[in-house]
Unconditional design. Sequence first.
Length: 744
Amino acid sequence: MVIKGSVDSFKYVNDINHFGIFILNTSEVKDGSIAVTGNVFGLSEGDYIEVTGSEVIHPVYGKQIKMTSYRAVQPTDTDAVIKYLASGALKGIGPKMAVRIFTTFGVNTLDILEKEPERLAEVKGISDNMARNIAIEYASKKSMRDAMIFLQNYNISNHLAAKIYEKYDEKMYSIVREHPYRIAEDIYGVGFKTVDGIAREVGIKENDSERIMSGIQYTLTLALEEGHTYLPKDILVEKAKEILEVSEDLIEENISNLNISNKITIKKPDKVFLKYVYIDEAYCASKLKSLKDAFARTKETDAEREYREDMLERIMSNYSFELDDSQKEAIQAGIENGIFLLTGGPGTGKTTIIKALIEYFFKDRRDVVLAAPTGRAAKRMSEATGFEAKTLHRLLEAKALGDDSEKARFARNEANPLEADVFIIDEMSMVDVFLFAAFLKAVQVGSRVILVGDMNQLPSVGAGNIFRDLLNCGYFASERLTEIHRQSIDSNIIVNAHSVNKGICPPLDKNDESNDFFFLERGEKNRLTNDIIELVKNRIPKKFKVEPTEIQILSPSRKGDLGVESLNRVLQKHLNPEDKRKSEITRGDNIFRLGDKVMQTKNNYDMEWVCRGFNDIIVERGEGVYNGDIGRIVRINEFERSVTVLFDEVREATYARDEIDELELAYAITIHKSQGSEYPAIVIPILDTPRMLLTRNLFYTAITRATDCVMILGSSEKIKEMVSNDSDRRRYTDFTQRLKEVMD
């Protein structure tokens, strides 16, 4: 539908994404006004506009217009013109002055403002200087609205149009018409496919050099999302050809152009990097060498050695059990080296070593900082050690980069480093090359860095395979723990996890002999789904004394009847059913209901959160909610269409309407998303799992997420196939080569 009217008042505006709710005064509806929702960038109270959108019925507030676009039009009646002038949209003009201006110029008022603004000085009370200021402001607002209309002609959404105008201002006309591929480079979150569509609209040819170079960079960006830091040239050409549909010769020619223009880096033999990725990989290698060398140059005196040995002996005597040789060697190596790597599976004593190192350094009056890549991993580290651990993002004081809430800048860096003697980072297998580079930039040479993790878990979601590359390169002190200790032998979860790691399938027919590891053979999807519901609602809570929401379903895949998306709809229906007393909100195919368990699906460095104390008083504020954070919905504002989520039982974050798309239900999550987390009980369905996901490290990662109960349902043949398949999808990373270059 299309409707004209004037903007009366704004009920809500999100300053970051420009989503808003306003009242439109119009004679085209029965009540004389209607609520409109959508992107309101460029709009002011009093603006006379033509709105395009669809009529929707809000369950509480009735009829609304969901706006897809708007354009400014000239108001045709006296009241509309006066209302616009008096709205405050133009500084210096109030209600009385608005009437005076209209009395002087009548229906020609807006034409005068646009074409002969100096004539405003004819109105009593307006000086020449004031007339000039009003003209400038009117021109600025008109320029913004004209820009939005221009961009909408190329099927550009209001949200993207606002970003483009804010970035380029008046230059955007030439950029859109002549160099649209610049938009993908300059504006974070705008992809090649979007600008390729704009380019087609403005008539840019398929074989245009800018298009091909942008497509090559896009291909390398897609490779980053698959974990690669580079692509071999022949694979890059093949993949880019599929996307661009041009000849290989043109692609190779433009790879050379990109290299000459310094946007990519090519290393022998034909490894092609995006420039910034290569720089981060090379920086990590160089900084690690500096941190290692700072300690290699320091020679321990006899007195220092005796002091260290005596202190370690006293610390170890406090333990009620004897440390094995590998644990003692790990503690020794952690003290002596600038860089130390510790890896091992569950129950091998990594936490014991971390605690011993913390105690040693504290007694030696050293400042120790603990961190992990996710909120849940940091919380688990705090609980295990008794000392505060932060997320790496929080430690580095991450903030949104400009207007891009998903892209980070870190306040802590080489110019503003962290001050600590020792850094202990847990769950290192989750850390990608970009986060590792950001961390190392904030570490001063002379500090110790201790990196802890399980190299047999899945690699980081982001690019690189940092922890495994560091362990395999041979340049740094490391210890690999393999022995399961007495306190862990009684746990079938831990014993079976180590069996899986060795390629041995755990016994799947001995449920009666297990206290914590169970398997149910199921070949029919509906029955399997019903069993999951029964397990989560009744059987596991009763046996293990946990709440249903504490039980995590881990699926290998998102799609399919047993994928995350399908399971979440079923589980929501049974664990948090529809209830007239519970508010809910619909976004696309998703229903979010009060009490739902939800997960953040992308990093949002701008998202504000608060912690509340006694009587609901705010005691702490902060920014940043990160990919994988899990919480529950505690409030829904149906008018503003906002949702408030409580994360980790302490941090409240409120999502505006357009931000709700960053959430998804989390009764079931993928195994990849579970990394770094720990749950009392997990349920794993494995039946129609895609072949590419039937890998040993995926299964190993899943079962090591549980502390008290693992319940697997599905096909024993599929599980055996997973355990026997130790092939990882190859990641193209060159980190070991960067290390070799600086170390040798």
